[in-house]
Design a protein around this ligand. Structure first.
Ligand SMILES: NC(=O)c1ccc[n+]([C@@H]2O[C@H](COP(=O)([O-])OP(=O)(O)OC[C@H]3O[C@@H](n4cnc5c(N)ncnc54)[C@H](OP(=O)(O)O)[C@@H]3O)[C@@H](O)[C@H]2O)c1
Length: 239
C-alpha cells in the first residue's frame, strides 16, 4: 500500500485531498496542528472503511524542531502534499518580524524542511511531492504581502527542488484560485464575494475536489516535473 502525508489534512481542501488519496488506495498520514479532534474523526472514518489505512500526526509547522521530529518518525513514504498554510492580511506599514516569521515559516520554511527531511524515504520509493501554492504567487493580492511572498517562494521551491531531487523524487505544484472562502470571512460582505466571483471567467468558485483530482493527476503523470498548474476557473487570466 502506498503512503501519503498531507499537511493540514484535517479540514477543508486538505481533508478532501486525504479522502481522494485514501479512495485511490493510499494509506494516509493526516497531519494537523490545532484541529486534532477533527483529524481523529476523519482518521476513524477512514480506518472503518479500511483497517489501518489512516493515522494522525500533530506538529506545529512553525517550529523546525517539531518538523525534524515528525520527519524522523516516517519510515516509508510515497507522496508528500504540502497543503498547510497561514492566510491573513498584513498591512505593509505595520508588518512586524513576528508576522513575517509566522507566515514565512509555515508557508515556505516548513515545506522545504519537510521535503528535505523526507527526501531519503521519498527517494527510496521513487516518490513525489505536490505543493499547494496559490495564483497569488504570481499576481499579488493587495494587503497580503507576506502571504504573496511566501507563495512565490513556494513556487520557486517547487521548481528548484524538482531539479535538485530528480530523478528519484518528482515535484510539482498546484496554484488554486478561489476555492473556499477563508474560515474567518467575516470581513467579506456578500456583495464583495459576488464581485470576486464575477472576475472569474467560469463565474464560480472551484471545489476542494478540483484540487484533490489535480493532486492525483500530477502523482500519476510520471513525466511531469517542476510544473505548477493553475486551477482557478481562468481567474489568473483576469489579474
Ligand atoms: N481556500 C482557497 O480558496 C485557496 C485559494 C488559494 C490557495 N489555497 C491554498 O490551498 C491550501 C489549502 O487551503 P485551505 O483554505 O483549505 O487552507 P486553510 O484552511 O487556511 O489551512 C489549512 C491548514 O493549515 C494548517 N496550519 C496552519 N498553521 C499551521 C501550523 N503552524 N502548523 C501546522 N499546520 C498549520 C491548519 O491546520 P490545523 O487546523 O490543524 O491547525 C489548517 O487547517 C493552502 O496552501 C492555501 O494557501 C487555498
Amino acid at each position: 500500500m502506498k503512503t501519503a502525508l498531507i499537511s493540514g489534512g484535517a479540514m477543508r481542501i486538505g481533508a478532501q485531498i486525504v479522502r481522494t488519496l485514501h479512495e485511490d488506495g493510499y494509506k494516509v498520514i493526516i497531519h494537523c496542528h490545532q484541529s486534532e479532534e477533527i483529524a481523529q474523526k476523519l482518521c476513524s472514518e477512514l480506518n472503518s472503511k479500511r483497517n489501518n489505512s489512516a493515522q494522525v500526526v500533530v506538529a506545529d509547522l512553525g517550529d523546525n524542531q517539531a518538523i525534524k521530529k515528525l520527519t524522523k518518525t516516517i519510515k516509508s513514504l510515497d507522496l508528500l502534499v504540502n497543503n498547510a498554510s497561514l492566510f491573513y492580511p498584513t498591512l505593509t506599514e505595520n508588518i512586524t518580524t513576528k508576522d513575517w516569521n509566522k507566515i514565512i515559516n509555515v508557508n515556505l520554511r516548513a515545506p522545504f524542511f519537510l521535503a528535505t527531511g523526507l527526501s531519503k524515504v521519498l527517494a527510496a520509493s521513487q516518490g513525489c511531492i505536490v505543493n499547494i501554492i496559490d495564483i497569488h504567487s504570481d499576481h499579488p493580492l493587495k494587503n497580503f504581502s507576506i502571504y504573496n511572498i511566501s507563495k512565490a517562494g513556494l513556487k520557486m521551491l517547487t521548481k528548484t527542488l524538482a531539479r535538485e531531487l530528480a530523478p528519484n523524487i518528482r515535484i510539482n505544484g498546484i496554484s488554486p484560485g478561489s476555492i473556499l472562502w477563508p474560515q474567518d470571512d467575516s470581513q467579506l460582505s456578500e456583495n464583495e464575494k459576488l464581485i470576486m466571483l464575477d472576475r472569474i471567467p467560469l463565474k464560480r468558485q472551484g471545489s476542494p475536489n478540483d484540487i484533490a483530482q489535480a493532486v492525483l493527476f500530477l502523482v500519476n503523470s510520471k513525466y511531469i516535473a517542476g510544473q505548477v498548474i493553475n486551477i482557478d476557473g481562468g481567474l489568473s487570466l483576469n489579474q
